[in-house]
Design a protein around this ligand. Structure first.
Ligand code: PXP
Length: 248
């Protein structure tokens, strides 16, 4: 599919879990930057990496190297803390996605409460946007979270697809899909660019990719896991193909 067409859905490949495997042995292999370059060659439109407060996967050095070596945009996921803000302002990645972070969680378990955290988040969004970084808010598919993101001046939201992916196929998942569709339509109405991600795999991606107002999907864990069986390039190409089919 033509990458600049109006209907084109971007794929951001999250390389966090390449770093998870590397860190299991404390060495240099496998290298998430090498994985990012492979992903770019396989058709990724951007690379996503989450620098967590506890550095459990991506490291500060990974971010420096991604910034230096990537020819496609970097989307830095981070919590709204002073430490992360300073890092983002130093590197100035193409995009920052603000996510909630709890130390004990296995992954990002739910969206950022933008509506409830408005006063805390406002200066972060203002400084990041002021530095020319495209800011997105990782939120649950709820109108009040979309409206709060808009009122903060963030140009982008990313809808958390975790509950949709974890729901049993059938009416439960359909209900979650409807939530995502309604939220994406609301985002378009109030002038927000809409992304989506978390937990997506081959069997869950197409209905989300078919939502017309979604401009980008961010996918990591499944692609890295599947790479064990078929290789990283193959898993990315196959995901890309399913996304294109959904949009055709
Ligand atoms: N989008 C955001 C904001 C995330 O935090 C994550 C997980 O780090 C993803 C997308 C990708 O989720 P997954 O690794 O489950 O595909």
């Amino acid at each position: 599919m033509n990458r600049v067409g109006l209907n084109y859905l971007r794929l951001g490949v999250n390389v966090d879990h390449v770093a998870t495997v590397r860190n299991a042995r404390g060495g240099l292999h496998p290298d998430p930057v090498r994985a990012a370059l492979v992903a770019a060659a396989a058709g990724a439109d951007g690379i996503t990496a989450h620098l967590r407060e506890d550095r459990r996967h991506i490291s500060d050095d990974d971010i420096s190297r991604l910034m230096a070596e990537l020819k496609i945009p970097l989307n830095l996921e981070m919590a709204a803390t002073q430490e992360m803000l300073a890092i983002a302002l130093r590197h100035k990645p193409h995009a920052v996605c603000l996510v909630p972070e709890k130390r004990q969680e296995r992954t990002t378990e739910g969206g950022l409460d933008v509506a409830g955290g408005h006063n805390h988040l406002a200066p972060y969004v203002r400084q990041l946007v002021g530095a020319g970084i495209r800011v997105s808010m990782f939120i649950e598919a709820e109108a009040r979270q979309l409206d709060a993101s808009k009122s903060l001046g963030a140009p982008v939201v990313e809808l958390h697809t975790g509950t949709y992916c974890e729901s049993a196929p059938g009416p439960m998942r359909e209900q979650q899909l409807k939530r995502l569709q309604t939220a994406a339509a609301h985002a378009a109405q109030i002038g927000l660019e809409c992304h989506a991600g978390h937990g997506l795999g081959y069997d869950t991606v197409k209905p989300v990719a078919a939502i017309p107002n979604v401009a980008e999907l961010n996918i990591g864990h499944f692609l890295v896991g599947e790479a064990i069986f078929t290789g990283f390039e193959d898993s990315i190409r196959r995901m890309r193909h399913l996304m294109d089919e959904a949009r055709a």
